[in-house]
Design a protein around this ligand. Structure first.
Ligand SMILES: [Zn+2]
Length: 235
């Protein structure tokens, strides 16, 4: 089991997830982490139970002749069954072939499903390959493979970047991240992800990357174009 997961989504993010307030891309990366992390999965269930109980608090509910206790039971059952929250099915990970790896890898179900639309890998500079997925029109979602020794140019974010490590590890100025870790970076961070041993991640951006050093800055218009394309593809 993944007892060594160090980095988790914040309670605020889990709460937004439970209340369905996240764009689909963000929801998927949180949900994929929960498949790998029993503690977040349990926490999200608690938050959901809280949300449900506040909805059905008799003092705040409208009582009418038609509203029997049975209605409440049905309502709660409907909410719980329609829940996005799955119990942590670590055994249920789906084995998937990833083109840039010489072996197959087990992905959280939610990502395996997203990847089943087909991954088109593109090599970018610095030993990095990316396979973009169209999930929604607010987020740029992609699998990122960093070959051993690979690095991304130093960059910051106008919005935020959520990254889930699926295999291997990478590091930046703030630490080292391993399988199942969930990392959020935003405008406060200027960082350069790099990987010694190689790493497969799933990353969700809600604004274009902004390179901050050297010639890589020339690629910023391209980053903006890429974001626009990733969030407007109709195919
Ligand atoms: Zn967690």
């Amino acid at each position: 089991m993944n007892t060594e997961v160090k980095l988790h989504p914040s309670s605020e993010l889990l709460n937004q997830f439970v209340h369905g307030e996240l764009a689909a891309g963000k929801s998927i990366v949180v949900s994929a982490h929960m498949e790998l992390c029993e503690s977040c999965s349990a926490k999200a269930k608690e938050l959901q139970a809280l949300a449900v109980s506040s909805w059905v608090d008799p003092s705040s509910a409208v009582q009418s002749d038609q509203t029997s206790e049975a209605d409440y039971v049905n309502m709660v059952a409907a909410i719980v069954t329609s829940s996005q929250i799955k119990s942590a099915p670590i055994e249920d990970l789906v084995e998937v072939d990833i083109d840039v790896l010489d072996h197959s890898i087990k992905l959280p179900k939610v990502l395996a499903k997203a990847a089943s639309q087909g991954l088109k890998w593109k090599k970018v500079a610095g030993g990095i390959s990316e396979a973009q997925l169209f999930i929604d029109d607010e987020t740029q979602c992609e699998f990122i493979y960093m070959a051993p020794g690979g690095k991304v140019p130093v960059h910051t974010h106008q919005g935020s970047e959520a990254t889930l490590v699926l295999e291997g590890s990478f590091e930046d100025e703030l630490g080292e991240y391993k399988t199942s870790d969930f990392i959020i970076r935003d405008a406060q961070h200027n960082h350069q992800p790099r990987s010694k041993e190689g790493c497969l991640c799933f990353s969700v951006l809600d604004s274009p990357l902004q390179f901050t050093e050297g010639l890589a800055r020339l690629m910023n218009p391209l980053n903006r174009y890429k974001f626009k394309k990733a969030t407007s593809r109709v195919a």
